[in-house]
Structure formats: C-alpha cells, structure tokens
Design a protein around this ligand. Sequence first.
Ligand SMILES: Nc1ncnc2c1ncn2[C@@H]1O[C@H](COP(=O)(O)OP(=O)(O)OP(=O)(O)O)[C@@H](O)[C@H]1O
Length: 305
Amino acid sequence: MSSVIIENITKTYEKGIVKALDNVSFEVKSGELFGLIGADGAGKTTLFRILTTLLIPDSGKATVAGFDVIKDLKQIRQIVGYMPGKFSLYQDLSIEENLNFFATVFGTTVEENFELIRDIYVQIEPFKKRLAGKLSGGMKQKLALCCALIHEPKVLFLDEPTTGVDPVSRKEFWEMLGRLKERGITIIVSTPYMDEAKLCDRIALIQNSKILDVDTLEGILTKNKQNLFAVSSDNMYQLLKDLRAYTDAVSCFAFGQHHHLQVKTPTSSDEKLRAYLAHRNHTNVSIETINPDIEDTFIKLMQDA
Ligand SMILES: Nc1ncnc2c1ncn2[C@@H]1O[C@H](COP(=O)(O)OP(=O)(O)OP(=O)(O)O)[C@@H](O)[C@H]1O
C-alpha cells in the first residue's frame, strides 16, 4: 500500500519565473525508508512543504496516508512529523522545554509517547536544561527528531537532517532511522549526500525541479550501465581537457584523485586510450575500468535529461 502519492505536482515562485517542481510524480510505500536525493535548489524543501500542507502546489495532486494535501490539511498535520532543514527548534528554550512545547501543540505529553523517542532522548537527556541554541549540530539534530516524533506520526518527513553534521553523528542518525522504520513509520528523508542512497529502501533522484528516476539503488545502477574508466596522470588539469577531447569520450568529470571517463564503445580498450594519452605527453598514467556508482549515474541521468 502507498503511504504518499504524488501526481504531477508543479510549483513555481515569483509569479511563475522560478520553477521549483516540474510535473513531479512518485509514490512512497507504507513503511518504506525513502530517500529524496538532490543538490541545493533541486526542489526538495518545496516538495516537503507541500506534503506537510505548508505550501499549496500550482497544479497536481498529492495524498499522505490517504488524505489530500489541500483538502485534508488538519488530518495530515496530526499524522505527519516534519523536521525542517532549518529553524525547527526554539533556540531560547531548553531541550526539555522544546520537547514539552511540541508535545503540547499536538495535545499529547512527552510521557505518553516516550517509548518512541527513548533511544534518541537518552543521548541528550544529560543536557536537558541546556538551551537549544547552545547545543552542538548533532545534538540539535537529535532534539529536532525527538520533537518531530513526539506525537507518534505515521509519516515522518526529514529535510536534510544530516547536512553539516559530523560523520559519526550522521552514522548514528541513520541507525536511529532504521530503528524507527522497524516500528512501521514511513520515513521520507532528503539529502544532498549521494552515499546515503544505499541506506534507503528506494530513492528518487531530483535535479532542477525534475525527478530523474525512482527505484532501488541497485535498480538505478543496473538500468544505467555505462562504460567507465578511472584515469589519472601527473597533470590532472590537462588530463581532464584531453580526456574530454578523446574521440570515444561521452563525458569526463573530476572525481577525487581520478577523472571518470565515460566512453561510447563497450569494448573500448585502455590500450587505445593509453596510446592517446602518451601522444599527448602525459606521464605516470593510470587507467582502470570501473563500475559506475550513484554519483556517476546521477551525472549520466542529468546529461540524458
Ligand atoms: N520562497 C521562495 N521564493 C522564491 N524562490 C524560491 C523560494 N523557495 C525556494 N525557491 C527556489 O525554488 C527552487 C527549489 O528550492 P528548494 O528550497 O525547494 O530546493 P532544495 O532542494 O530544498 O534546496 P535547498 O537545500 O537549497 O533548500 C530553488 O531555485 C530556490 O531558489
């Protein structure tokens, strides 16, 4: 059963000049941990605001747990938890006060739903008198998650919860999401970090207001096979230019210590490429055939779009 259904949602700002969502459609199944992956400005926050009834789309239809995001906003607000990317906490209230405040707004108490947040809350409880404004990034993130959970939502929307958070806290956060999923909560989480795709049941890739693909990570990688070489030499700057000018090149991008070169021919030999680079006076050349990862695939989908 689908928990969230999005059909042809379009949203613009500034009298139609800025397109934030362009005919977006996909479904999230009940109990899924679903990732919305895309760079800054792709449209993730706009979609979350529409699904949590804070914004009205220009056109299209969406339902959350069967409720319509325009007609049934009261019901939706009772059953969703939303952790916005920014400003979800009252900085001059303490941990304890923030939590009590959010519980009261939803007509519940911290005690009533404590079991749901216990795991997360025990980690910040020693600091419960501290003002939210004085907490570290990781602690703020845990408190914000507790506040989004305190009314026991059926569907949880988390907008870039791990942006700007250290790697250890990021890992812990995803482990917490795994435990919440086991309790049957549908979770939709947005992130600009491609490596977090592997932690989701399914993902939607979003770029420039459009959905590029929706599937499992494996599904997306399998559908978008490409012939790739990881190439390096002593002169990486010139190498990028030369690889882009290579006759068999489709595209080439810098990836850390290597450039990833996509070639047209499946049987393209590295010998031919090696000879070409030698002719261009490159030294210390390394060429390796590699399988594309999610970042390579995202770039390919962007080019195909
Ligand atoms: N209130 C607004 N007025 C005008 N343009 C806006 C507004 N909110 C968002 N936009 C624009 O809409 C597009 C999508 O923005 P959105 O915030 O939804 O993306 P995002 O993927 O969440 O990125 P970010 O993490 O930077 O917020 C961007 O071009 C953004 O500049």
